[in-house]
Design a protein around this ligand. Structure first.
Ligand SMILES: *Cc1c(COP(=O)(O)O)cnc(C)c1O
Length: 223
């Protein structure tokens, strides 16, 4: 038996108070989300548009939804309608789409730029250089429907803790670089979203401000 409430409690004990826990509820039912919600969890992460839309209709409106999955342009409108934060922004086109629908809905969407830090080249995200180039154009400063609040990254799926640590460290130092070069006076640029069930303790040691944890709270997913 999975005990969501005690799993949550155990994880919370490992998190410094300033680190936000995004409970990743993808593939888990509304009833599991409610269990966590009733134990005080308000931030949830989903990775598919349809699933997010359906679930949020059945859940309390004070839940803060974080979209963490690959996002196609034709799904942006629906995600913007539900989400507070999108962790997986990896192109200028996507950012402008989010901005467009956020303005239409009179919302501000918090966006994190997803950076490719893993060794596998299958993982999504901007390279460091793509991101530098993207920010140096300054076009993003005209987008009034979004806030760029930070960076997101996923480490290589490996047992090699030193490799994972190196990757998280690279994201943290890249964050410091672009904070200095592009966001020095932007108080809301402060988030580093890194760390999942298997690697969040390393991520916290390396400076994560948000961790995205699914299976350690809700159990294994049935795809
Ligand atoms: C599924 C997912 C997670 C959570 O993974 P767990 O290993 O279950 O904790 C975190 N981040 C992203 C982007 C995901 O897709």
């Amino acid at each position: 038996m999975i005990n969501i409430v005690s799993n949550l409690k155990n994880i919370k004990q490992l998190l410094p108070p300033q680190v936000k826990l995004i409970a990743v509820s993808k593939f888990h039912p509304v009833s599991s989300i409610l269990d966590a919600y009733n134990a005080g969890q308000l931030l949830f992460g989903e990775s598919r548009m349809q699933e997010l839309v359906e679930k949020q209709e059945h859940l309390p409106s004070n839940i803060e939804w974080h979209f963490i999955g690959n996002l196609q342009s034709n799904k942006v409108k629906a995600v913007v309608a539900c989400a507070n934060t999108i962790h997986s922004v990896d192109s200028w086109k996507l950012l402008t789409e989010i901005n467009k629908y956020a303005l239409a809905a009179n919302k501000k969407i918090n966006c994190l730029l997803e950076i490719r830090i893993a060794r596998e080249d299958t993982k999504a995200g901007l390279s460091f250089d793509d991101c530098r180039e993207f920010l140096s154009t300054n076009n993003w400063k005209d987008l009034n429907g979004i806030h760029i609040v930070g960076l997101m990254g996923m480490a290589t799926n490996t047992d090699d803790g030193e490799q994972i640590r190196k990757e998280f460290r690279s994201l943290k130092s890249f964050f410091e670089e672009i904070k200095l070069n592009h966001f020095e006076n932007e108080v809301y640029f402060k988030e580093i979203s890194m760390g999942m069930s298997d690697d969040f303790t390393i991520a916290i040691e390396e400076g994560a401000t948000m961790v995205r944890i699914g299976s350690s709270i809700f159990g294994h997913r049935e795809y």
